[in-house]
Design a protein. Structure first.
Length: 255
């Protein structure tokens, strides 16, 4: 069931979104050669603490997961696509990092992700990240009343495919509100004009993921969480929480 939010509730969700934005900015600033993902999880945790917010990630256990997620931050490096568990292996020069973070504040959730490089960036990684960001922008531009979920999916998918990249099969965005995951699902590829009609008050987490090697396949690590490309190529992930309003899409997780 799709739960519509009032203008006031969207304003309250914006407060949670600001916490997410501040945490991702702090993680990006702290990320450097020699810093561990576990260090970055601590940075994100401190932002939550200062804001009086909690994490929808920590302890989260969907049906597919063998164990609850053990951190507040998903940190996926190089060939990891999403859901990477922060560990102690330190970042190296040229690593591509995707950071995904959520916050709960005042009973509302926010969720966003950003990809960036550490140290000297490879041109092919810059292009990959720019494509994930362009796909996100295209999806957000399609998030207007009267369109359908398929229009968002089509905008994302065509952007990724035009660049020659793969789109992880079966993964995409979702509705968001009191819970981190609500209806409807938001695929990253599909035909336009299909699916749930977009109405003011809907709030969606729109999140394209792109695989440099062009394949849509992935594997899952033994931790039961981390998804990786099958060919070892790198991946990027971009995400915002977006409210659909009569005046157009409103990004709730921007700084």
């Amino acid at each position: 069931m799709v739960i519509l939010k009032t203008d006031r509730e969207i304003d309250e969700m914006r407060a949670a979104g600001r916490v997410v934005a501040r945490a991702l900015a702090a993680v990006r600033e702290a990320a450097d050669v020699g810093v561990s993902p576990l260090d970055l999880d601590k940075v994100a945790h401190e932002v939550l603490r200062e804001a009086g917010a909690t994490s929808p990630f920590l302890g989260y256990r969907p049906q597919f997961a063998p164990v609850p997620f053990p951190a507040v931050l998903c940190l996926s490096v190089n060939d990891a696509i999403v859901h990477g568990i922060p560990g102690e292996d330190r970042l190296r020069d040229g690593d591509l990092v995707s950071a995904d973070f959520g916050a709960l504040l005042g009973g509302w959730a926010g969720d966003a992700a950003v990809s960036f490089t550490v140290g000297r960036a490879r041109p092919e990684d810059v292009r990959l990240i720019e494509t994930s960001e362009a796909a996100l922008a295209a999806g957000i531009a399609a998030a207007v009343p009267g369109n359908r979920i398929g229009d968002i999916a089509h905008a994302i998918g065509t952007t990724c495919r035009a660049a020659g990249y793969g789109v992880p099969d079966g993964f995409g965005g979702h509705g968001i509100g009191r819970a981190m995951h609500e209806d409807p699902g938001v695929p990253n590829e599909g035909p336009p004009g299909r699916g749930t009609k977009l109405r003011p008050g809907m709030v969606l987490a729109i999140e394209p993921m792109v695989i440099a090697g062009g394949t849509d396949d992935y594997t899952c690590d033994r931790d039961g969480w981390t998804l990786r490309t099958v060919d070892g190529s790198r991946a990027a992930h971009s995400e915002h929480t977006v409210a659909i309003t009569a005046d157009g899409p409103r990004i709730l997780t921007a700084l």
